[in-house]
Ligand binder design. Structure first.
Ligand code: 0RA
Length: 643
């Protein structure tokens, strides 16, 4: 029996109801309707093109931010199929991809072997959340076009509009996000996009991802990423600003049926022991998972066996622990599989058990061979791990001493802490304030029920360049750990934190920026869950003040000052530059920075931990020149921030 016009109508309604569901609960599909969700729209479209690349049909993706606020993603893949869809009688496959939830590239024929897609939600979600979408498909010699408006309503049905130039194939999607959904704004941030495109280029060897910003005020130049070395280049990039322990970057790969693993690794002279970054189908698995577990356990076993075998470890010597071996290691573990299971708090943990044995077996076999082939490098790895083991034992006694000490201080809270009276972490905040005088103002200004103040004097120890034992001798670091109350390092337990908002309050100048970065580095390295769960914020004290008809006005930065002057061209008062937090009295500090009703807090996020790793190293590592450059160009740590 053939389908009737009625069933087409039913299908049509079903489709619109699907898209309406996305508009009603956008968060369920793209995580949030803030800046993060807005950027996910771009990733969703780009991910589809990357899927084409992973299937071997696409070599270049071009992303353009259009002058009118839209975004264009163009690829040279096969083009979305334009014929009738096998399941939906009266729709072309292209219409299905754009309007049916979860259709994506996973329907029909063979489908893709593996598929990325941030949440695998499909381009239809982008359609649902846009005021306009245009699609151009070059396929079988023809150029096709269709468009939608107001959240996926058909505007122009798919039509042929001419020849495909030079018989090219590929898809171009243009979309304009809906401001009524993204109420915080629909302005894309180039740096955020670039960070992700670079990561995708690293993970897809040979794929070119180009970016052009055509918006007013941008230079319109093209930035393009392409890495023929893939994850080997990625490791080199992360270690660029660190001092590599040896020049070569190790690489191993393996596969079974329809699963693949690749690992690239290199040690540096640093002390960080969580430099393993794992990915599944090009998606960062920041909580790790089976693939990462497989790598870690094989790594520990292989290095220990090698060290014993070559006599670097004597019979009486204790074995090296995983953390000793991982000290200074930068590694990328990338797996591809057909049906990835993402689990955990942030869906950032790979649950497929088969990946543990695949990665473990591959590492057992190939890392062993690699060590045999690179005896000089292998020796340095073992030496470094041995030193790390010694430091670990020293750190343990330092840690025990710290524990004993805090046990002696009554409740174990540092003397410098002015705590809040609430014992409910969810409503409690701690301001970590630079300098004692600012700490004084903050103490007077605060809401004593929910706001705690911890003044930090001077610059806390640079944790990127010190091992834990040395770090723990620093009183500022001790106070910070005790105040937050949830331990640190491997022992850190985010469930125990005493405040759900950790707010860094430092000056708006370069010194403040440095202190903020030191604190962020410490939190990122030693309390990473705190950062990953979104508990860390940056307060924004103003940089300028001025007066308008006797009332004081505060301006956050140069940008705000320029905007103010544009609005008040006849403004006469000569602007006061606030030299520091210490100059504000309690009332001013409350009004400008602390009052929950009016303050702006920037939430610190780490979506691309691997890239952030490199940023921290640039900022905190040995390479003074690149650090200076970075601070000068990113004076407000912008790359950590989800803005
Ligand atoms: C469904 C099936 C095929 C390709 C695609 C979708 C596809 C989707 C997007 C989205 C952006 N770029 C894209 N490129 C391709 C398979 C096509 C075939 O079998 O010829």
């Amino acid at each position: 029996m053939s389908q009737t016009a009625d069933s087409y109508g039913a299908e049509d309604i079903q489709v619109l109801e699907g898209l309406e569901a996305v508009r009603k609960r956008p968060g369920m599909y793209i995580g949030s309707t803030g800046p993060t969700g807005l950027h996910h729209l771009v990733y969703e479209v780009v991910d589809n093109a990357v899927d084409e690349a992973m299937a071997g049909h696409c070599t270049r993706i071009e992303v353009r931010l259009l002058a009118d606020g839209g975004c264009e993603v163009r690829d040279d893949g096969r083009g979305i199929p334009t014929g009738k869809h096998h399941q939906f009688e009266d729709m072309t496959a292209a219409e299905v991809v754009l309007t049916v939830l979860h259709a994506g590239g996973k329907f029909g024929g063979e489908g893709y072997k593996v598929s990325g897609g941030l949440h695998g939600v499909g381009v239809s979600v982008v359609n649902a959340l846009s005021t306009r979408v245009e699609v151009e498909i070059d396929r079988e010699g023809k150029r096709h076009f269709m468009s939608f408006r107001e959240g996926g309503k058909p505007d122009q049905k798919l039509v042929e509009i001419g020849e495909a130039p030079d018989d090219r194939t590929g898809t171009t999607v243009r979309f304009w996000p809906d401001i009524s959904i993204f109420k915080e704004g629909i302005e894309f941030r180039a740096a955020t996009l670039l960070e992700r495109f670079q990561m995708m280029a690293f993970l897809n060897k040979g794929l070119e991802i180009a970016f052009v910003d055509e918006r007013p005020g941008s230079d319109g130049g093209e930035i393009s990423y392409r890495y023929d070395g893939g994850i080997v280049d990625f490791v080199q990039h992360v270690n660029l600003s660190k001092e590599a322990l040896f020049q070569v970057v190790g690489y191993l790969e393996d596969s079974s049926d329809d699963e693949e693993v690749e690992v690239a690794f290199q040690w540096n002279t640093g002390f960080n022991s969580d430099g393993i970054h794992s990915f599944a189908n090009g998606i960062a698995t920041i909580e790790g998972g089976m693939h990462e577990q497989g790598f870690r356990s094989a790594l520990t076993r292989v290095i220990n066996n090698y060290a014993r075998d070559k006599g670097h470890l004597k019979e009486k010597d204790e074995g090296l622990q995983g953390e000793d071996i991982r000290e200074g290691l930068t590694a990328i573990v990338s797996v591809r599989l057909r049906d990835p299971q993402f689990e955990g708090q942030t869906k950032g943990k790979l649950g497929n058990v088969s990946m543990r044995s695949l990665v473990e077996k591959a590492t057992n076999e190939h890392l062993k061979d690699w060590l045999e082939e690179h005896p000089a490098e292998a020796k340095r790895i073992v030496q470094k791990a041995t030193q790390a083991a010694r430091a670990r034992i020293a750190a343990r006694s330092a840690r025990d001493a710290t524990r004993r000490k805090s046990a002696l201080d009554g409740a174990g809270l540092p003397g410098k802490l002015t705590d809040c009276s609430s014992r409910e972490p969810r409503e409690s905040e701690i301001y970590i304030v630079e300098g004692n005088s600012a700490g004084g103002s903050a103490k007077d200004a605060r809401d004593p029920r929910t706001m705690a103040i911890l003044p930090i004097r001077g610059k806390i120890l640079n944790v990127e360049r010190a091992r834990v034992d040395k770090m723990l001798k620093n009183t500022e670091v001790q106070a910070l750990i005790a105040a937050i109350g949830a331990g640190f390092g491997e022992d850190f337990d985010v469930e125990k934190i005493r405040y759900h908002k950790i707010i860094l309050l430092a000056d708006a100048d370069v010194d403040g920026s440095h202190i903020r970065t030191l604190l962020l580095t410490f939190l990122f390295r030693q309390m990473r869950d705190l950062v990953e769960r979104g508990h860390v914020y940056i307060a924004q004290p103003p940089l300028y003040s001025t007066e308008v008809s006797k009332s004081k006005i505060y301006l956050k930065d140069d940008h705000a000052k320029a905007a103010f002057l544009e609005e008040h061209p006849n403004h006469k008062a000569d602007f006061g530059r606030l030299k520091g937090l210490g100059e504000m009295d309690a009332e001013e500090l409350w009004a400008t920075t602390m009052d929950p009703a009016t303050r702006t807090l920037l939430q610190v996020t780490v979506e691309q931990a691997a890239v952030v790793d490199e940023v921290f190293s640039v900022l905190m590592g040995e390479d003074v020149e690149s650090r200076k450059n970075f601070i000068q160009t990113n004076a407000k740590d912008v790359r950590f921030l989800d803005i």
